[in-house]
Design a protein around this ligand. Structure first.
Ligand SMILES: Cc1cc2nc3c(=O)[nH]c(=O)nc-3n(C[C@H](O)[C@H](O)[C@H](O)COP(=O)(O)OP(=O)(O)OC[C@H]3O[C@@H](n4cnc5c(N)ncnc54)[C@H](O)[C@@H]3O)c2cc1C
Length: 503
């Protein structure tokens, strides 16, 4: 074994597993160390009776050939999982007060459907959809050398998503509708870069998919692949410290006792938590640590997983995004529930009734911080009451849209940012990691490199979050070890019209 190839990866979320998969394939000696008892990070799934619930995954966009996620999932062997496409006529339904608006699959159909409700905005909608499509088409540009294009980093990460929406769309209600499916990112008028808004929304307009049986299958498939190629994935293995010698990480400490020698470390843990693992580094200047530690994180999410009584609620093959009519979607107030994403877990094929429904709404660390020092399950009655109240608020907001839901509830399981912190160690239980800020793209969009040459970062904190964003970020991280050109050739064999960076 070439000893230069020993790579320890901290964390078995999507980012860690994707990096481990590629490196194992390339002959590196890979060990993935996961703090939790199961691999997957945000991709964990749990079962209660006959209901299966996802923790941090509900749907993805762009799985068809030529679409954003297809090439990544083809490479990782994930395309033949039991994906279920959401209805093309309506994959997301936005409910504002008593009005309902459908998001249809495909850019033209998307425009036509909304233009029926907003005929005076047809041209603006066309401009909006064409822009999103363009961002998707140019996705591969982000893997080109920096000097070859400034389309992404300098232009779109430095532009405000909120301003783009205001400049492109005249009707305030339509602006709200177009913002209405965006619990999959933190809408923040003062910070959200246009790149995040456009790339993510575009992939869902291409095509939207749920995974029958839950997101943990993605993790399980990757873990099997890594193990089959000789890699190691260990759970219950928390990296508690790293030791630096001669300006390189030499050892990684596991669970406070065992030491593993390393040539490379890739951390998918939060960058601030990663730096805290090397308290006495010669390479990390105080100013760098301070900068990383002071970066704000996005909000977390409160989830109420509802196990339903049998044969009560018909399965909906689309998501509902329900908002109070007075909700300000770009300045989220978590003091009370303003918006709820309702996701139906796929039942068995042919089954027409739903077994489980998730209701998600933003929740901040500050909302739960007072219970943070208490261990899980022992946070007291007031915490339980707080969660029950929040679940009730969600239910109240959505019940007019789902007839019979209240009577159909068999049991409600709840989770908060404290739960995410417990399972994934994510700082402040944030849903999407470090908040990218268009006012400061250079400071908030991180590169994989750190001042320690053999310590790399990956995962949702760096660039873009979500399944697509983390997959893109894995490429940036892997490029440091195997070269971008090799990766682009292998991942994007077909290239895309107008964007074949290999040629
Ligand atoms: C509620 C929720 C819903 C979401 N829904 C969607 C969706 O529908 N579609 C979508 O595309 N995206 C969704 N996302 C986002 C998506 O799940 C994440 O962006 C992505 O899975 C993050 O992957 P990651 O590898 O960066 O991080 P994580 O999944 O957080 O993985 C990091 C891993 O590192 C481990 N770790 C941390 N520190 C240590 C340590 N010291 N030692 C060992 N292990 C450590 C953690 O335990 C964790 O397993 C959702 C997120 C949330 C929270």
């Amino acid at each position: 074994m070439d000893r230069k190839n020993r790579v320890v990866i901290i964390g078995s979320g999507l980012g860690g597993l994707e990096c481990g998969f590629v490196l194992a394939k390339k002959g590196f000696d890979v060990a993935i160390l996961e703090h939790d008892s199961h691999p997957g990070g945000c991709l964990r799934t749990f079962r209660r009776g006959n209901a299966i619930f996802d923790t941090g995954f509900h749907y993805v966009g762009g799985l068809r050939e030529g679409e954003s996620l297809h090439d990544f999932f083809r490479y990782f062997g994930l395309l033949d999982l039991p994906w279920r496409q959401l209805d093309e006529a309506c994959f997301d339904e936005v409910v504002i007060g008593d009005r309902r608006f459908a998001f249809a699959t495909g850019h033209d159909r998307f425009v036509d459907t909304l233009a029926k409700e907003f005929p005076h905005e047809r041209e603006n909608l066309q401009r909006y959809a064409a822009f999103l499509k363009q961002v998707g088409v140019h996705m591969l540009d982000s893997f080109l050398p920096r000097e070859a294009t400034d389309f992404y980093t300098t232009s779109l990460f430095a532009r405000s998503a909120y301003e783009f929406l205001n400049e492109t769309i005249g009707d305030p209600l339509l602006r709200k509708v177009l913002s209405g499916t965006s619990l999959k990112m933190e809408l923040n008028a003062d910070t959200l870069p246009l790149y995040s808004f456009a790339q993510i929304n575009n992939s869902y307009i291409q095509s939207a998919w749920r995974l029958q049986g839950g997101g943990s299958q993605i993790a399980e498939r990757l873990v099997s692949g890594i193990r089959a190629m000789g890699g190691v994935v260990r759970t219950g293995a928390t990296v508690t410290r790293m030791f630096e010698e001669d300006e390189r990480i030499k050892w990684v400490e596991v669970n406070g006792e065992e030491r593993l020698p390393v040539d490379w470390v890739i951390s998918s843990a939060h960058p601030a938590s990663t730096l805290a693992l090397i308290p006495d580094s010669q390479c990390l200047r105080r100013i760098y640590r301070k900068r990383i530690q002071s970066l704000p994180n996005t909000f977390g999410l409160f989830t109420a997983n509802i196990r339903l009584k049998p044969d009560k609620i018909p399965y909906l093959n689309w998501n509902l995004h329900v908002h109070r009519s007075d909700a300000d979607l770009w300045r989220v107030d978590t003091g009370q529930v303003q918006s709820v994403l309702v996701h139906y877990a796929c039942p068995q094929p042919g089954e027409q009734y739903a077994t489980g429904i998730d209701m998600l709404t933003p929740m901040r660390w500050i909302d739960v911080q007072s219970w943070a020092d208490k261990p899980m399950g022992k946070r007291g009655e007031d915490y339980v009451e707080f969660k029950n109240r929040r679940a009730e608020e969600c239910l109240r907001l959505v019940e007019s849209q789902i007839p019979g839901i209240r009577d159909a509830v068999d049991h409600i399981y709840t989770s908060t940012p404290l739960s995410y912190k417990h399972y994934t160690l994510m700082a402040e239980g944030s849903a999407y990691g470090i908040r990218k800020d268009y006012n400061n793209p250079m400071g908030t969009v991180l590169t994989p490199r750190t001042p320690i040459p053999n310590l790399l970062l990956t995962g949702q904190n760096l660039n873009l979050h979500g399944i697509l964003g983390v997959s893109m970020t894995s490429i940036f991280t892997l490029a440091e070890l195997v070269g971008m050109e090799t990766l682009v050739k292998e991942f994007f064999k077909a290239g895309r019209e107008g964007t074949n960076p290999i040629d």
